[in-house]
Design a protein around this ligand. Structure first.
Ligand SMILES: Nc1ncnc2c1ncn2[C@@H]1O[C@H](COP(=O)(O)OP(=O)(O)O)[C@@H](O)[C@H]1O
Ligand SMILES: [Mg+2]
Length: 594
């Protein structure tokens, strides 16, 4: 109930009522006051007129008491003229004549002492008096007129006008004003309620909808009914709602986008607050921690329990007071670079940090390969250099004087120089493939011819080791697009390997066949074979199963690596199968169409 009267509607109504009431009361009071005043003036004028009619006659009698009959006659005359006033003619305390029905009373019982005294002193005076009689209070206007003769004041003319009529008129007027006030107030209340309703209705509507919006329902629009301030409020509210909705949509779109990025990024991400609470963890990070969604705890330290100690909260913060830096850790055989950085709240205070796990295993492998490669190259170059240097020094010392030894030394130097030359040539070739600087010269050539030519060239070596070499081919010729010189290099290397790593009187078998748009070449030997543990690395640069034997045979350890590069440039495939003690088969498959 109290809240109801607090509402604007009731304030409006109350204010209206007050205004109307004040206006009516003020104007009512003024009107009645004026009316009363006017009546009094009119009444006094009547009294004055009556006195003016009587006084000249009364002044003629020097002794009023003796002229009582004439005076009574005079009074009757006035009554005949229509005057309703009570008339008393007094001499001292006596009433000489009167229009009143009760003449046997004394002057001081009728007249007001104030007026009587004033009359005796020769001064006209009027007064409004409340008379008490059996029927209640009666208001009258009394006025006294001294009767002046040449001998002095002979008596008083005392007139009394009954104000009953005037008073009843005023009463009626008051009644009318009261009635009109009630009517005006009723109209005011109704109008006030209607006007207040028209104002508070839309405001209540806005309030109600704003309340719904605060609870998250943004589909709230208010009806714009008018063009005034309230209409503008409603319009503004709708504008605000639209704006808010747009901003919210944009925010949620951005959030979705970010979430999609975070969830799909290749790196693991964990966001942690300074209270060690896990804010976010993306699927990749779950993967890395071997955790699953259901098991994720909000507690950072529990979550990263499996990680090395450097990533535990206290250790991390101690090592990096600025909350940013890098750590490299290993987990389940994978190497991660963990980058972390602080994030701040809107005031710029650090709120926590994010950890980003980047898998650098491959990077590390390549880096290791690069290091090994440099070490290998240096080593491979140093070995022949050392022997060239020592043979040259021995020769220069002049200690060797026989021609035969000198020749032998020089031929070793020559061999070593050749080896270095081969090494440098192979390295250059590989480096060209790496930087894809060398392009193939692809033409239509015949694979059978190529293999036959290489076999012929290598025959000397086969013979010197008393080995047998044979070729099986289902076709006279297999024509295809390929770079002849490069492929000759590949086949030469593979046959040379078969010769080198097969003991004397071993057998080498070549097979060239066409198989659904591919040429397949197999080189099988009955050599030492390769242990299965080496097979996965056999195509790596400088990888050799038996370094000493390879070097003894003049190998650089780059042959298979180069072969693989060339075959792959032809969109082909090279594979090696082997068994220690039984032999080795190298298989090539190259598309004929290129
Ligand atoms: N036919 C084969 N039989 C046995 N081992 C082989 C054969 N071919 C290659 N290998 C092994 O693979 C290694 C790499 O060969 P390659 O790259 O041609 O280098 P290189 O011949 O200069 O030693 C050789 O050192 C050898 O240990
Ligand atoms: Mg070789």
């Amino acid at each position: 109930m109290i809240t109801m009267f607090k509402s604007i509607r009731w304030k409006f109504v109350t204010i209206f009522i007050m205004l109307v009431l004040i206006a009516i009361v003020i104007s009512g009071v003024f009107i009645i006051e004026f009316f009363d005043q006017y009546n009094k003036e009119q009444n006094e004028l009547r009294l004055d007129a009556l006195s003016a009619l009587m006084l000249p006659d009364l002044q003629l009698y020097s002794d009023l008491g003796a002229s009582r009959d004439k005076i009574n006659k005079l009074i009757e005359n006035q009554e005949a003229l229509g005057f309703r006033e009570e008339i008393f003619v007094m001499q001292n305390t006596r009433i000489i004549a009167t229009s009143s029905t009760n003449p046997d009373i004394r002057a001081d019982q009728v007249g007001d002492p104030d007026l009587l005294i004033s009359g005796m002193m020769g001064i006209e005076k009027k007064k409004i008096i409340n008379l008490q009689d059996q029927s209640g209070t009666l208001r009258v206007m009394d006025k006294v007129y001294p009767i002046k003769t040449k001998d002095g004041i002979s008596g008083l003319l005392y007139l009394r006008y009954n104000l009953e009529e005037t008073d009843s008129t005023i009463k009626k007027a008051k009644m009318i004003i009261l009635q009109s006030t009630v009517l005006a107030l009723s109209i005011t209340i109704v109008l006030g309620v209607i006007i207040a309703q028209s104002i508070t209705g839309p405001i209540n509507d806005v309030t109600e909808k704003a309340f719904k919006m605060a609870r998250g329902d943004f589909d709230q629009y208010v009806e714009v009914k008018s063009d005034d301030e309230i209409g503008k409020l409603a319009e503004m509210f709708n504008h605000l709602t639209r704006k808010l909705k747009l901003s919210l949509n944009e925010i949620s779109r951005e959030k979705n986008k970010l979430e999609a990025i975070v969830n799909n990024m290749a790196d693991g991400l964990i966001a942690v607050t300074k209270l060690r609470e896990v804010l976010h963890i993306n699927p990749r990070a779950l993967d890395i921690l071997r955790a699953n969604d259901a098991k994720v705890t909000k507690d950072y330290d529990t979550l990263v329990d499996v990680l090395p100690e450097v990533l535990h909260f206290d250790v991390l913060i101690n090592r990096h007071p600025e909350w940013n830096g890098n750590e490299v850790v290993e987990l389940n055989g994978v190497t991660y670079r963990v980058r972390f950085e602080p994030f701040a709240n809107e005031k710029g205070e650090k709120e926590g940090f994010i950890l980003i796990f980047q898998d650098i295993t491959e990077h590390q492998r390549l880096e290791n390969m690069r290091r090994d490669f440099v070490a290998n190259v240096s080593h491979e170059l140093k070995t022949p250099l050392t022997s060239i240097k020592s043979y040259t020094e021995t020769l220069m010392d002049g200690m060797v004087d026989d021609h035969e030894t000198t020749q032998q030394f020089l031929s070793v130097i020559n061999d070593e120089a050749d080896r270095m030359g081969r090494l440098v040539r192979d390295l250059l070739q590989l480096s060209n493939y790496d930087s894809s600087r060398s392009s193939l010269e692809v033409e239509v050539n015949d694979w059978v011819t190529l293999v036959k030519t290489v076999i012929n060239k290598m025959n000397v070596h086969v013979k010197s080791k008393s080995q047998q070499i044979s070729l099986v081919s289902d076709k006279e010729s297999i024509r295809a697009y390929f770079d002849y010189d490069r492929m000759e290099q590949v086949i030469t290397n593979l046959i040379s390997n078969a010769i080198k790593y097969t003991p004397e009187s071993g057998k080498i078998k070549l097979m060239v066949i066409e198989e659904s748009d591919n040429v397949v070449i197999k080189i099988t030997d009955t050599g030492f074979g390769i242990g299965s543990e080496h097979l996965s690395q056999i195509f790596d640069r400088f990888y050799r199963v038996d370094k000493a034997r390879s070097r003894e045979q003049g190998g650089t350890g780059l042959g298979l690596a180069i072969a693989k590069e060339i075959v792959e440039l032809h969109h082909g495939y090279i594979d090696i199968e082997s068994e220690v003690g039984t032999g080795t088969t190298v298989k090539l498959r190259v598309p004929t169409g290129f």
